[in-house]
Design a protein around this ligand. Structure first.
Ligand SMILES: [Zn+2]
Length: 49
């Protein structure tokens, strides 16, 4: 089964991206992504349910 991470914008908390989860990644993931709600590049973090 393939797991996905949901990435949320740190500024507006919108769920913008999904990325396949890599098993070796245990640290919290933070990525610079374009947020269409903020209309700029922001840090995105892993969404925890
Ligand atoms: Zn945003």
């Amino acid at each position: 089964m393939r797991e996905y991470l949901t990435l949320i914008c740190k500024e507006c908390s919108n769920r913008n991206y999904r990325t396949p989860k890599r098993s070796q990644e245990t640290e919290k993931l933070t990525l610079k992504k374009f947020c269409k709600f903020c209309r700029k590049h922001t840090d995105h973090k892993e969404y925890k349910k």
